[in-house]
Design a protein around this ligand. Structure first.
Ligand code: GLU
Length: 386
């Protein structure tokens, strides 16, 4: 904490953090270059940047909009039409086209794109959260590029015409889900300004926002475009969420050449929101918060050493005893033989499965249970030492 506080204090240095995993969010107006269909040139440039980062060993998760705009174009309906199909219908048509486009563009860089359609509801559910997290991390391990969008076909929540679902907030949820260290929201404006730059020529770009105060929020007069739903209000909500999860956030113009690469290199572009907490702290809070711990897993000395001193996952082989009840996705207390709590972790197996594989080698899991959710009882990424 002290370390990052010092870095923050020197302002410019906020960007000097080394980024190993980033979430890049592309908004509709960027992907369509302000027109009524996907702009291949723009998409190709963005994909090229992602590929460039991957080649440097930086993991990138793309959060994309554009399915609704693509669907509208494919069906030949315009936004203002009286009989405009629903958002769900448009997204259903456009999403496959959107993915097809990404697939082709990533293939030009010998990269595989992987579609992940998420909803807030799915992520609010412990098991859904864990499944999504494990899948995205496994994709990154395989060098695939996850391309995430909201599953608009089932995300229908609307209150008085205002959409709750938006990809800005989704990108922040994904950032926290995969423990990314940087979220870049690329848009067609250059960042947060003192006024709306499209209406007020005296508007000035704000370079760094250390805290999102009510005063800052009041600057974000919702500048939603007719095509996208994410104006500055949702971007600030997203920035708040992701910085509180331990990630740095940048809102910048996607039209800036090589913007992703330059940001990762430490250049100051757009508006930066330095993380307000340390990643581990936030993860710990998440695991320790509200979602109370259920059950207990007692581990042997070897496993305790592996978990405590070597940052290893907890495998079934090191487990002595399982005290339920708990379900897959619950936070479970991990204790030593003498009853000391060593860690808290999100378990991949419910208590019955865990008891059945207790003491076994991981290659026996499938044979014993008839299914398997991975070699680890608790993956190190889902484990916090106490
Ligand atoms: N999920 C929507 C789409 O793909 C976009 C929502 C947003 O732009 O925030 O079209």
């Amino acid at each position: 904490m002290a370390d990052s506080d010092t870095k923050r204090a020197s302002g410019e240095d906020a960007h000097r953090r080394e980024y190993g995993r980033i979430v890049a969010k592309f908004g509709t107006s960027l992907l369509t270059a302000g027109k009524d269909q996907l702009d291949l040139k723009m998409m190709s440039a963005l994909v090229g940047q992602v590929a460039g980062l991957r080649k440097r060993g930086i993991e990138v998760i793309v959060v994309t909009s554009g399915s609704i705009a693509a669907g509208r174009h494919r069906l030949g309906v315009n936004a203002a039409g009286r009989e405009s199909p629903s958002r769900q219908v448009l997204a259903s048509v456009g999403q496959s086209h959107l993915m097809h486009t990404y697939d082709g563009l990533f293939a030009e860089h010998d990269l595989v794109a992987a579609q992940a359609l998420l909803t807030r509801r799915a992520l609010a559910d412990r098991e859904g959260y864990l499944n999504a997290r494990n899948t995205l991390l496994a994709l990154l391990d395989l060098n695939a590029v996850p391309v995430v969008n909201e599953n608009d076909v089932v995300a229908v929540e609307e209150i008085e015409g205002i959409l709750i679902g938006d990809n800005d907030n989704l990108s922040a949820l994904v950032t926290n889900l995969v423990d990314a260290d940087l979220l870049v929201m690329l848009t067609d404006t250059g960042g947060l300004h003192t006024a709306d730059p499209r209406r007020d020529p005296s508007a000035e770009l704000i370079r760094t926002v250390e805290r999102i105060t009510p005063e800052i929020e009041s600057l974000a007069d919702d500048a939603a475009t007719p095509q996208g739903v994410g104006g500055m209000v949702t971007k600030l909500e997203a920035a708040k969420l992701a910085t509180a999860g331990g990630a740095d956030v940048v809102i910048a113009s996607g039209r800036e050449p090589r913007v992703l690469e330059r940001l990762v290199n430490g250049e100051t572009i757009g508006t930066a929101f330095p993380a307000t907490t340390n990643r581990m702290e936030s993860r710990k809070r998440w695991m320790l918060s509200g979602l109370s711990t259920r059950g207990k897993i007692v581990i042997d000395e070897g496993a305790a050493k592996a978990v405590l001193s070597h940052g290893k996952s907890l495998l079934p082989a090191g487990v002595r005893e399982v005290v339920g009840p708990f379900d897959r996705g619950d936070s479970v207390s991990i204790c030593s033989d003498d009853g000391r709590e060593l860690a808290i972790g999100v378990t991949n197996y419910g208590h019955e499965d865990a008891a059945a594989i207790c003491g076994l080698r991981s290659d026996k899991i499938e044979e014993t249970l008839g299914h398997e959710y991975g070699a680890e009882l608790v993956h190190r990424n889902n484990l916090v030492l106490v």
